[in-house]
Design a protein around this ligand. Structure first.
Ligand SMILES: [Zn+2]
Ligand SMILES: [Zn+2]
Ligand SMILES: [Zn+2]
Length: 239
């Protein structure tokens, strides 16, 4: 479902019969009339989806754009909900020039598709897109299957550790929950994982550096004994 992330296909006939689409573009699918009515972000992407429905080549190319169109449309309609975005980190200035140019090009394309009240100066938009890319959470179901992506400014404040003391999971409707997995003493920092933990230190650090633009210095990445314990995750270590 475009609004609540519900997996429609696996919820049986009753659910399938309730499925509706946007009447203008026919490309946004909802689990029911209620989600269609409540989706106040779809107006920002409807024109693009309409084009993608008739042009299959546009379909995969527009997935990332759709997310930004939805976000920016929401931002114009409910600016107070986006105030927290100001506190998030942008890495635009530190990206390689080719990546910066790609983000600015994408910002120009997004702007040209938005209604004028939702448009932003290209530089500010590229900066916001960098913030979104860096802080995005992949939304998964209970079985770990990808459902989409979400921006959760409060959850973006949690720092990363490769030996985290809390985990992220998602409830119905894409609501993000953070749960402790060990006893956490008062005053201790609560950390979550931004990357695959069943990977060796070098692979984890490379993934974090490319996707999140920082070099992990957690104990699991820097303590020689911990790094050695992780070696079997890469292959077999000869003793
Ligand atoms: Zn729904
Ligand atoms: Zn539509
Ligand atoms: Zn680490």
């Amino acid at each position: 479902c475009t609004r609540c992330f519900r997996r429609i296909r696996e919820e049986g006939e009753r659910r399938k019969n309730a499925v509706v689409t946007c009447e203008s573009c026919r490309g946004a699918v909802y689990c029911g009339v209620r989600c269609r009515e409540d989706d106040d972000a779809h107006a920002g992407e409807c024109a693009l989806v309409q084009r993608a429905v008739t042009d299959p080549r546009l379909r995969s190319a527009t997935r990332g754009l759709r997310m930004f169109l939805r976000l920016l449309y929401l931002r114009a309609a409910h600016p107070h909900r986006f105030e927290a975005l100001g506190a998030l980190q942008s890495h635009l200035a530190h990206l390689p020039p080719a990546q910066q140019a790609r983000l600015r090009g994408m910002a120009g394309a997004v702007n040209s598709m938005l209604p004028p009240p939702a448009q932003m100066p290209v530089e500010a938009l590229a900066d916001m897109m960098s913030k979104v890319h860096t802080n995005l959470h992949g939304v998964v179901d209970a079985a770990g299957r990808a459902l989409g992506s979400g921006l959760y400014p409060a959850a973006a404040m949690f720092n990363h550790s490769c030996a985290p003391n809390a985990v992220v999971s998602f409830a119905r409707g894409g609501r993000l929950r953070v749960r402790a997995i060990v006893l956490i003493a008062e005053g201790d920092e609560v950390c979550i994982a931004y990357t695959e933990l069943y990977a060796a230190a070098a692979a984890r650090r490379a993934a974090l550096e490319s996707k999140k633009a920082f070099l992990c210095t957690c104990t699991r990445c820097t303590d020689p004994v911990a790094v050695r314990h992780d070696l079997p995750l890469e292959g077999w270590a000869c003793e």
